[in-house]
Design a binder for this molecule. Structure first.
Ligand code: GLU
Length: 479
């Protein structure tokens, strides 16, 4: 099937992760770009798990991968296929290449190759396989052997990269590479190309770290008498410092950002902008990504993973999301911070709604909300020492007595009581409001004091203020 870029007819993309660790944001970006390109063109998106490295691939890693994709809203149309289940097909392809003379058996051992490699390098040369077995025509019964692809001795192995433009390498620089091991299993390069062919992949969109492999892939397509797909290599992701993102130095797993309280909409939006732009638009919903993504918008220079921008996007989405959507997202973080299940009461819903103005992450939002879900106030010692002095205790007792007989529990009635207490005691409003805030929440961060009192409600507010007042008068918080 030939791909038509204009209409997207026959566009088939794939994400082909190796399940050897967590879902890295670089892989997530590859997954997203391939997804978005398929969606934009009305094509098909295939998921293929490249688990042929049995020592490094784990089921746990595959599970995390699928979960990460689902969380980011990246859905696939076909798969997940497992490369390990296609071993017979890969062997068949190797046999076919041997049959057509595009590949040959090689009996050079690892040690022999190493000696010759060292000699070449010592003589100032660049090592590629020296072709010793190339014309020896060993048969299947030649004993232990690998299989090598027969490359033309010279000739350009090129492609017109949809991001980097004309690219390639001369065959002489690559040499005859192994495509099947001594045990008969195919190497990744062969397996990947055969799978892309069988799965009719029209566009291979992948990280620029794969660019050096592509000439070999082009050679494999030719040897199999097939047309290579379109290739688009996307630039590296750089850390905040402008250096290549490092697994050790930088936070790089999707799970990390999820744990830190970033919402999927924000992370997806941040990731799609790592290397891709559309005018100067910064905010892209999932649907917009699917409508607007194109490869022309992918740049060639490294994309900086700017943490401030992610924080800004996260705040944006938290602020604008429907409360009905935000609440279930916040709950797990609330439960994590309290260590117990929490029922989202209308009061908690209201507090989340008030707090989202200042919460940059779900972790912060939950942190600012947890106090309301606790049975007992947990006092921050510093805040209590400063604000719940014996004098403040007396003030709170007086305030509580007046609040108890306030005609209503609304802003106007509450403000009247606060104003009267502040005026009579000749203190600034802060001297009244802050002790109340600490009495209610245990800390110094909450929405406006009247809003907070309204959220907590009359009975619980009075109970908490009276309790804090009694303890403050006794000097319990002073030491
Ligand atoms: N399994 C390879 C990787 O995870 C995929 C390479 C490709 O996309 O062709 O890097």
């Amino acid at each position: 099937m030939t791909a038509n870029q204009q209409t997207g007819e026959g566009v088939r993309t794939r994400f082909a992760p190796s399940p050897t660790g967590f879902l890295h944001i670089g892989s997530a970006r590859t997954a997203l770009f391939n997804w978005a390109y398929a969606r934009r063109t009305g094509g098909t998106y295939v998921l293929r798990v490249e688990d042929t490295d049995r020592d490094r691939s784990t089921e746990e890693s595959e599970r995390q991968l699928l979960e990460g994709l689902a969380w980011l809203g990246i859905d696939w149309d076909e798969g997940p296929f497992r490369q390990s289940e296609r071993g017979a097909r890969h062997r068949e392809a190797v046999a076919e290449l041997l049959e057509t003379g595009q590949a040959y058996r090689c009996i050079c051992t690892r040690d022999e190759l190493e000696v010759r490699r060292q000699e070449t390098i010592a003589a100032g040369g660049k090592w590629t396989y020296d072709g010793l077995c190339r014309d020896r025509e060993y048969a299947a019964d030649c004993g232990e052997h690998t299989v090598r692809l027969r490359l033309p001795e010279t000739g350009w192995l090129g492609w017109d990269d949809l991001v980097f433009g004309p690219s390639g390498q001369d065959a002489s620089e690559i040499g005859d590479r192994i495509i099947a091991r001594a045990d008969g299993t195919a190497l990744y390069h062969l397996a990947g190309v055969v799978d892309d062919l069988d799965m009719d992949i029209s566009h291979v969109i992948r990280g620029a770290d794969h660019q050096p492999n592509t000439p070999l892939h082009v050679a494999i397509y030719r040897a199999l008498d097939a047309d290579p797909p379109e290739f688009a290599h996307v630039p590296l992701i750089l850390g905040d410092t402008g250096k290549k993102l490092s697994k050790r130095r930088d936070p790089v797993s999707v799970q990390h950002f999820r744990d830190e309280g970033y919402v999927a909409d924000a992370l997806r939006n941040w990731i799609v902008r790592l290397g891709w732009s559309h005018g100067d638009q910064e905010v892209f919903s999932r649907d917009e990504i699917a409508d607007l993504f194109d490869l022309e918008g992918v740049g060639r220079s490294g994309a900086r993973a700017d943490a401030d921008k992610l924080a800004w996007l996260n705040h944006h989405y938290i602020q604008h999301m429907d409360l009905a959507e935000l609440l279930p997202l916040t709950s797990p973080y609330l439960e994590r911070s309290l260590g117990k299940p929490v029922e989202t009461s209308p009061a908690i819903a209201k507090l989340v709604d008030l707090n989202r103005l200042r919460g940059k992450t779900l972790v912060e939002l939950a942190g600012h909300t947890a106090w309301l879900a606790r049975d007992e106030v947990v006092f921050d010692p510093k805040a209590a020492r400063k604000n719940l002095t014996p004098d403040a205790g007396v003030l709170l007792r007086d305030l509580a007595a007046r609040l108890a007989v306030a005609p209503a529990w609304d802003e106007a009635s509450l403000a009247a009581v606060f104003d009267a207490v502040a005026a009579e005691r000749e203190v600034k409003m802060g001297k009244v409001a802050q002790p109340v805030r600490v009495a209610l929440t245990g800390g110094t961060v909450s929405p406006g004091i009247y809003e907070t009192l309204e959220v907590v409600g009359r009975d619980l507010s009075l109970a908490r203020i009276e309790d804090a007042a009694a303890r403050a008068v006794k000097g319990e918080f002073s030491s």
